[in-house]
Design a protein around this ligand. Structure first.
Ligand code: MCA
Ligand code: AMP
Length: 502
């Protein structure tokens, strides 16, 4: 069994001087230099008493050093736990409390905020965007550790928190086998090789940027053109010297806004991948008209890595996410009876394979409730498999908003709003948004005799909720529409407020 870290070591042995990272205006970083840094960071982790199975929580800006830290954590057999840089203090408190990491690595600017954290077992270190901070200071003179902790496919590699319908985030535990099998399937399916030059503009604390994009380049020995954020004009400039872009639908919506997106601009590119949220069919078609290239849409989940993909050769169909990846089984089942449904019928998308996670950290009951008895994981997405064999996602059985590729669970936002003074209750919905796909929107009902101000509500939410979870608009209403069972009719609200961002 090889781990992602061991596969990287193999690639580094072959590609020594080749650039692993290229960054506009900054020096390249070769595979050999990266390998040296991973070794030194692995030594530092050992010196900090990080043992196999320990969690290492990391909330840092995107940098090559952060990727090196990820590989070093795998090298020592610990569990990598990346956290969105947008998370605020109360959110971090929850993750640290739940995962009980041995080490927490934060941005140097946050060190004082987190200094209070060290309890019996927790150490806080820092890593800055420019490769600065206490961790790198320690690594400067360290003797590289070359040997990897022996890991089997079922050993734990990472925990990624995903919000829950109950409002409580769940840590999805991913094994080395999950990461390696999925990376291998994607390398093969998308014909990704050492000759590729990947424009990497995604954040590295989620599956898409870390376990799809970075793992593929690290394993294949490819070069990443590593950008700290997505800028459409910059990405168009870089296409002349790149081969692949992986992005969320918002990337493509924004690229299409530029007149400079042309067949000529994309002539060197061989593949555009979209995922994490539905790609608008009209964007798919417009992109093909403008560039002559069909975006390849794929479908995945934090709990399952990638599940299905449109073909590399063959039709990439707008509105479809393709077929199950090799080794992965997808079926459509009835929500209540669990009966497997025939082709063409809409039901819950369920998945089984080496890509499917072990379970939720410390939540055996929650884990059990999301698997069928025969081991299929219930995604909570609604879909159907057409006569053409392509999977289409037609909706969600879970109350979830996906904004610019980030998941927001309404329950969590509603709980935060309901706790504010003067609020009786609230409903949070996703509404069509021209840039983000869906925008988080709140409808708030004041207590009798109280008045609530939408701007004040937004301001009060700012300290406790990550920015992407905060409602873009807040509406005040006298009451929420309910059915006879008393359940809030969110479909009705979505209809009523549909044109908010038009
Ligand atoms: C930024 N803002 C957002 C978002 N991003 N608000 C809602 N949703 C967002 N996604 C806020 C900013 O804080 C700012 O707020 C305002 O919106 C405008 O920011 P802007 O500069 O336009 O944003 P940006 O920095 O350009 O970011 C937009 C983005 C980014 C490029 C779409 O959100 C992004 O990189 N998303 C990718 C997420 C991702 O990697 N998802 C994969 C998850 P204000 O104006 O108030 O200050 S993995 C996954 O889902 C599965 C497994 C899968 O299948 O891949
Ligand atoms: P996350 O929990 O961040 O891993 O997000 C996973 C969810 O994103 C899935 O359950 C889907 O609802 C959604 N998703 C991912 N890829 C696609 C896609 N290509 N089309 C539609 N929805 C998608």
């Amino acid at each position: 069994m090889q781990t992602i870290e061991q596969n990287f070591t193999k690639a580094a042995a072959t590609h020594g001087d080749k650039a692993l990272f290229e960054r506009p205006g900054q020096p390249d970083i070769s595979f050999a230099a990266m390998q040296d840094l991973v070794g030194r960071l692995a030594r530092v982790l050992g010196d900090l008493d990080v043992a196999p199975g320990d969690r290492v929580a990391v909330q840092v800006e995107k940098s090559p050093e952060a990727i090196a830290l990820y590989l070093a954590v795998l090298r020592v057999g610990a569990i990598f736990l990346p956290l969105n840089t947008a998370y605020t203090g109360p959110e971090i408190d929850y993750f640290i409390g739940d995962a009980a990491p041995r080490l927490f690595v934060c941005d140097p600017a946050q060190e004082r905020t987190h200094a209070h954290r060290p309890g019996d077992a927790l150490t806080v270190q820092t890593l800055g965007a420019a490769g600065d901070g206490t961790l790198m200071d320690r690594a400067a003179g360290a003797a590289p550790r070359a040997d990897s902790h022996a890991a089997g496919p079922d050993d734990r590699a990472a925990i990624l928190y995903t919000s829950g319908t109950t409002g409580r985030s769940k840590g999805a535990v991913l094994t080395h086998g999950n990461l390696v099998s999925n990376t291998e399937a994607l390398l093969d399916h998308w014909r990704f090789t050492e000759n590729d030059r990947l424009i990497h503009a995604l954040p590295i604390f989620h599956t898409h940027g870390l376990f799809v994009a970075a793992n593929m380049a690290l394993t294949a020995g490819a070069t990443m053109i590593f950008l700290t954020r997505f800028d459409a004009e910059e990405v168009i400039d870089l296409m002349a010297d790149a081969t692949v872009l992986m992005g969320v639908p918002t990337f493509y919506t924004r690229l299409l806004k530029s007149d400079r997106l042309t067949q000529k601009a994309t002539a060197n590119m061989r593949l555009f991948v979209s995922g994490s949220a539905p790609l608008l069919s009209e964007d798919h078609r417009a992109f093909q008209e403008r560039t002559g290239m069909a975006i390849l849409e794929r479908y995945g989940m934090t709990e399952t890595c990638m599940i299905a993909s449109n073909p590399y050769d063959g039709d990439r169909i707008p509105g479809a996410v393709g077929m199950a990846l090799p080794g992965v089984t997808v079926r459509i089942a009835d929500r209540d009876s669990a009966a497997v449904l025939p082709q063409g019928e809409i039901g819950l998308i369920e998945v089984k394979g080496p890509n499917v996670f072990e379970g939720y950290w410390n939540m055996p009951e929650k884990t059990a409730s999301e698997f069928r008895e025969d081991g299929f994981f219930i995604t909570g997405d609604l879909g159907m498999i057409g006569e053409d064999g392509y999977l289409r996602i037609v909706g969600r059985d879970k109350d979830l908003v996906i904004s610019g590729g980030y998941n927001v669970y309404p329950k969590e936002v509603e709980e935060a709003i309901d706790a504010l003074p003067g609020v009786l209750e609230s409903a949070v919905i996703g509404l069509p948004h021209p840039d983000l796909g869906e925008a988080v929107t709140a409808i708030v009902v004041p207590r009798a005799g109280a008045t609530v101000d939408p701007d004040a509500i937004r301001a009060l939410l700012a300290d406790g909720l990550a920015r992407f979870k905060q409602p873009k608009r807040v509406f005040v209403a006298d009451a929420l529409p309910r059915n006879v069972m008393g359940k809030v009719q969110k479909a009705q609200l979505r209809k009523e407020y549909a044109d908010t961002y038009a």
